[in-house]
Design a protein around this ligand. Structure first.
Ligand code: PHE
Length: 457
């Protein structure tokens, strides 16, 4: 056993950890990405695969990440090095930490740009830009934003500064304080929006789209995207949850916390879908609009409904809050690593990571205007060059592979006693179920999805 506390600080209790990890999990992934990829991939069947992945891969891998983090008590790179040493395994297992560091850095670069759109839309909504909006104007509103690199850069900069400020304040007064306020607000706002969607008269049509599966329409690319999304939305496979686990007090139970986090994350995604699709159908709009779904179609819906100004402002504030609590967890592992290995002060480390992510974000900004190019992925055309490349590389490949490595390490390369002691749920059926899932089910499921994508299964 290594240290019982982390040098970076600790959550004040288990509840604070659950809030923070839920804050990390619930983000643009739930509210912006889930509805648009579900829309592009035909709804129902895609949602079923995503839910299957969350339960058979997501939950066991999240438990593994938390237990590794809490046992190592350091940034993912050093945690993996320490644990590999403790279990007398090869040092290359720390590559899990390195891969995660790189994935987090790539993700924050585009995440911050999209969060910047949400920021821009808060002010548009407040200014009444959506009142009586029609399809053409909505498209040109979104189009004029993404076509203007300077404006995108300004919002991207503001969001990155917000993220760096929270992270530089440290675990308890930065990370924990912010989620204590933001997470409850987020739930309230979302419930309000679903209530609004109920009044559109198209609620059942929205439910039907989300939950009625048509497996014939499911392409191999869609299956990979659904699995990748289950990692992305739960913040798994890159060390964010491992990092948060390192701040978790030793006595707290891991299994219960994991189930709470996964349930809340799934609930938010489904609620977001239930808020969005009825509005889409009530206005005769297309569910497969792509990354613009939230930004182009929803404002039309909001703009033509009573109370739209308030509801649309609320909606985009919600999106910014959700993105903010996720963004901090994307850079925390890199910041903690700089503090541990380079002896840097937290403030300086946060600034360095923020500036590097900000610079890389310029590639995403240019993907929607001067630097746009298209390519094919799994038979589908992707139109936003670097942005799509980064999204596919991280969500569809790096996170699932990171998760696979984590599952293999926890399931096969750690002593049974080590994982059993850390999970602290005895040796009963619950522990045995977890061990079975992490050793066989999760790795096999990840492998099958990949083999399926390359046409082997
Ligand atoms: N889970 C976050 C979301 O759904 C994104 C994220 C991915 C955050 C990986 C941290 C790590 O938006």
């Amino acid at each position: 056993m290594t240290a019982t506390t982390s040098v970076h600080g600790m959550w004040s209790n288990r509840m604070a950890f659950i809030l923070a990890a839920t804050g990390s999990a619930v983000g643009l992934g739930n509210i912006w990405k889930f509805p648009y990829i579900a829309g592009e991939n035909g709804g129902g069947a895609f949602v079923v695969v995503y839910l299957l992945c969350v339960s058979t891969i997501g939950i066991p891998v999240m438990m593994a990440e938390i237990l590794l983090g809490r046992r190592g008590r350091q940034s993912p790179i050093n945690t993996m090095r320490t644990l590999a040493h403790e279990e007398s395994r090869h040092g290359f297992w720390q590559l899990i930490g390195w891969g995660g560091l790189i994935a987090g850095f790539l993700i924050i670069s585009y995440y911050s740009v999209v969060a910047g759109w949400a920021l821009a839309y808060v002010f548009r909504a407040l200014g009444g830009a959506f009142i009586s909006l029609d399809g053409e104007t909505a498209q040109s509103l979104f189009g004029s934003l993404v076509a203007d690199p300077e404006r995108l850069l300004a919002w991207h900069t503001i969001f990155m500064v917000m993220t760096v400020v929270v992270v530089s304040r440290g675990v308890r007064s930065g990370l924990e304080q912010s989620v204590r306020i933001l997470m409850p607000a987020l739930f309230l706002l979302l419930l309000l929006l679903v209530g609004f969607a109920l009044s559109t008269g198209k609620f059942m049509e929205g439910l039907e789209f989300l939950f009625h599966p048509d497996f014939a329409a499911l392409s191999p690319g869609a299956v990979i995207t659904a699995m990748g999304h289950s990692f992305f939305t739960l913040s798994l496979g890159m060390g964010a949850i491992m990092m948060y686990g390192s701040y978790l007090p030793s006595s707290a139970s891991i299994a219960g916390a994991t189930i709470a986090i996964a349930l809340m994350d799934t609930l938010v995604a489904l609620l977001a879908g239930m808020a969005i699709f009825p509005l889409v159908f009530a206005n005769g709009l297309a569910p497969g609009a792509g990354p613009g779904l939230v930004f182009q179609t929803l404002p039309i819906a909001f703009g033509n409904m009573p109370g739209g100004l308030v509801f649309s402002t609320v909606f985009f504030v919600l999106l910014v809050f959700a993105a903010w609590t996720s963004a901090i967890s994307l850079i925390e592992p890199a910041v903690a690593w700089l503090v541990e290995n380079r002896g840097m002060a937290r403030v300086r480390a946060s600034a360095y990571v923020g500036i590097s992510g900000w610079l890389l974000g310029i590639l995403t900004i240019l993907s929607f205007n001067h630097g746009a190019f298209s390519f094919d992925f799994a038979g589908e055309e992707r139109k936003n060059g670097f942005f799509d490349l980064l999204d596919i590389l991280t969500a569809n490949f790096m996170l699932p592979l990171g998760g696979l490595a984590i599952a293999i390490f926890a399931g096969w390369f750690m002593a049974r006693e080590s994982t059993r002691d850390e999970l602290a749920m005895g040796d009963g059926p619950a522990y045995r179920l977890w061990r079975f899932l992490i050793r066989y089910v999760s790795p096999a499921a990840i492998a099958i999805v990949f083999l399926n994508a390359v046409g082997l299964v």
